[in-house]
Design a protein around this ligand. Structure first.
Ligand code: NI
Length: 226
């Protein structure tokens, strides 16, 4: 499932993030790439332990915790501390898959990457190219979202970032370990959650709304991994 989640950050939060990032020292993006993807990757990143990265990352994680669409779609167990990248002057990231497991820096914790997220921090008018292109069984999808919006997609999919030929593309990227490892099961629960919410809104007194909520939780209980 590929999902666009609007307004994860407010315009004010995006502006503040851009200000903090513009004053920071960037490094070669290959520091977090695996052996194979390092060959395909040219961009810059904020160092993982950079105070600005950690401060902005916390803002994003807190915003995600209040975002009902994200919570319903991702059913998150762990969120990898968000990273930040910048592409300009023709930089790109060729077709690759993300590593299955990531070590959280300076901690004993590891995150299984069920979902990948790209939170756009530059507006599409600021740069040319730079589309996030995700390949799944339904075809090839190209995304270039407004600043503050986030693309959420299975980390198992092949994906790339097109060359940025004008301006700069700034984004945050990270991974989520879901309580539901399987993408198909997670999609069923998401569809059901949305349908129950609509039913409960249109027919609040209908007993099936409660019954279906029970079915949702019983499915979740069958499949959850913590
Ligand atoms: Ni990737």
């Amino acid at each position: 499932m590929l999902l666009s989640i609007p307004d994860v950050l407010t315009p004010e939060q995006v502006l503040k993030a851009r200000g903090v990032m513009s004053g920071a020292a960037w490094v070669d993006g290959r520091v977090t790439a695996g052996h194979q993807s390092a060959k395909a990757k040219t961009n810059e990143q904020l160092p993982e332990d950079h105070p600005a990265a950690r401060e902005l990352g916390d803002v994003i994680v807190q915003a995600l915790g209040r975002n009902s669409l994200f919570l319903s779609a991702a059913l998150p167990l762990k969120v990898f501390p968000p990273l930040f990248n910048r592409y300009e002057g023709g930089q790109s990231f060729g077709t690759h898959v993300d590593n299955a497991v990531r070590q959280v820096p300076n901690s004993p914790h590891r995150v299984r990457t069920d979902l990948s997220a790209t939170l756009f921090l530059a507006d599409p008018t600021e740069y040319e190219g730079g589309e996030l292109v995700v390949e799944d069984t339904y075809g090839v999808h190209s995304l270039k979202l407004p600043a503050g919006h986030m693309a959420l997609y299975p980390a198992s999919s092949l994906h790339h970032v097109n060359p940025v030929t004008r301006g700069a593309r700034v984004a945050s990227f990270f991974w989520i370990q879901s309580m539901i490892r399987d993408d198909g099961r997670r999609a069923i629960l998401f569809d059901m959650d949305l349908a129950i919410q609509r039913l409960a809104a249109d027919h609040p007194e209908h007993p099936s709304a409660v019954a279906l909520t029970g079915v949702y939780h019983n499915l979740l209980r069958q499949w959850v991994e913590m």
